[in-house]
Design a binder for this molecule. Structure first.
Ligand code: ACO
Length: 219
């Protein structure tokens, strides 16, 4: 009996498929599943970029240095990949010109009558400003609305996070409201904007819209 890739290895469509490539000013961007051998690059970027990342990420009990040591990665990675196998997440590495450059995660994936998920991302500070996050988000969204067969994708962002708000706007997200004291970030309960996109709002695909706007090119 021939079993399809996703029914034999995971419980949801679209995983572990990669997405991309798409060319932007910084180089060629792709999404591929995170893997155990990302440990050194992940740890290096996360430790070096604490000031760049910490103002926007949920607090945890663990100290930043401990949480992002090379030896912390295997359990982080296998936890995320376990969620992916169970059909609840799609944890991607963002690659720029074949190198690990950040992460894009699709979470709380639900099917049935909701067919919804959230999406979030970070990009190493050394490669920001060149369209990497925008390309990764476009590829992630097209993946959600294509192979994963979702109807709605949402994201939350602090109003002060101008760079991420610009990324979300370029991808076509629409603001739905302000979630008061939504998430504990950087030492306090922070308001977050809720933004969303449903499949009816796509003009073809998000990547195609970026290409038409001159912000990206097919490779
Ligand atoms: N004010 C206004 N716009 C800004 C600012 C600023 N201070 N800084 C950057 N921008 C704009 C840029 O001009 C650019 O827009 P443009 O193309 O119209 O000129 C846009 O922000 C950035 O676009 P990209 O180059 O595609 O994004 P980049 O690869 O630089 O990554 C990101 C942006 C992901 C926010 C990165 O800075 C990062 O990882 N920050 C820390 C973690 C983080 O904030 N993650 C997002 C959390 S919210 C979420 O996940 C939904």
């Amino acid at each position: 009996m021939v079993m399809s890739l996703w029914s034999s290895r995971s419980q949801h469509p679209g995983w572990p498929l990669p997405a991309g490539p798409l060319r932007v000013a910084a180089g060629v961007v792709k999404l591929r599943p995170i893997r155990l051998r990302d440990a050194a690059q992940w740890s290096r970027a996360r430790l070096a970029d604490r000031a760049h990342l910490e103002p926007w990420e949920p607090v945890t009990e663990l100290d930043w240095e401990v949480r992002h040591s090379v030896s912390a990665w295997p359990s982080v990675c296998s936890g995320l990949r376990g969620e992916a196998r169970r059909g609840r997440m799609l944890p991607y590495a963002i690659e720029l010109d074949g190198q690990f450059a950040g992460q894009l995660t699709i979470g709380n994936v639900t099917h049935g009558a909701l067919r919804s998920a959230w999406i979030g991302y970070w990009v190493a500070s050394g490669v920001t400003g060149g369209g990497v996050a925008t390309a990764a988000l476009a590829l992630g969204l097209d993946h959600c609305f294509g192979p994963v067969m979702l109807h709605r994708v949402e994201a939350t962002v602090r109003p002060e996070n101008a760079a991420s708000r610009a990324v979300l706007t370029k991808a076509g997200f629409r603001e739905e409201g302000l979630l008061k004291r939504y998430l504990e970030v950087d030492g306090a309960w922070r308001d977050h904007l809720l933004v969303a996109l449903t499949v009816e709002e796509l003009n073809g695909s998000v990547a195609a819209t970026l290409v038409r706007a001159g912000r990206a090119a097919w490779t």
